[in-house]
Design a protein around this ligand. Structure first.
Ligand code: DQA
Length: 147
């Protein structure tokens, strides 16, 4: 069965409490509930995971190798620093939709660089929590095109 892996990186476990003026007041648990409800509507399997550790995110990306999984990835600040996560995505050859709650291009200069964008199929940013279900729609379309 087609599967969408929703991966959230560092500090995103604090959503709802962390800088709500930037990231909104929706918690990660609420976002994950929305993703599970949306997956039911789409008829696709979904798994939601969050880690503050780069290596753990990389291990989970590796697990998608040779599967029918697409990844929705909010890598948090690793977006702007992690060549290792970029390489992991390139290694597994699975489609990734990069996601950010905030519009990273309207923010500090250091957030304008994304290593994830270099290997992602596409990117959604600036639409808050709604971006996750939009990214799932895009991910499913890509999985369908693979068949
Ligand atoms: C973020 C943007 C990043 O620059 C930041 O480090 C985050 C969250 C977002 O969702 O807007 O942790 O990925």
């Amino acid at each position: 069965m087609k599967k969408i892996l929703i991966l959230n990186g560092p500090n995103l476990n604090l959503l709802g409490m962390r800088q709500p003026e930037v990231y909104g007041s929706t918690t990660l648990a609420e976002i994950e509930d929305q993703c599970r409800a949306h997956a039911k509507q789409l008829g696709v399997e979904v798994e939601c995971k969050q880690s503050n550790h780069e290596g753990e995110l990389i291990d989970w990306i590796h697990e998608t190798r040779q599967s029918r999984t697409a990844i929705v990835l909010n890598a948090g600040a690793y977006t702007h620093t992690s060549i290792a996560i970029m390489d992991a995505i390139a290694s597994v050859e699975r489609p990734v939709i990069e996601l950010h709650l905030s519009n990273i291009h309207q923010r500090e200069e250091f957030r304008h660089t994304s290593y994830i964008s270099k290997v992602a199929k596409g990117m959604i940013c600036g639409l808050g929590a709604h971006g996750y279900t939009l990214a799932m729609d895009a991910a499913l379309r890509i999985l369908e095109e693979e068949d």
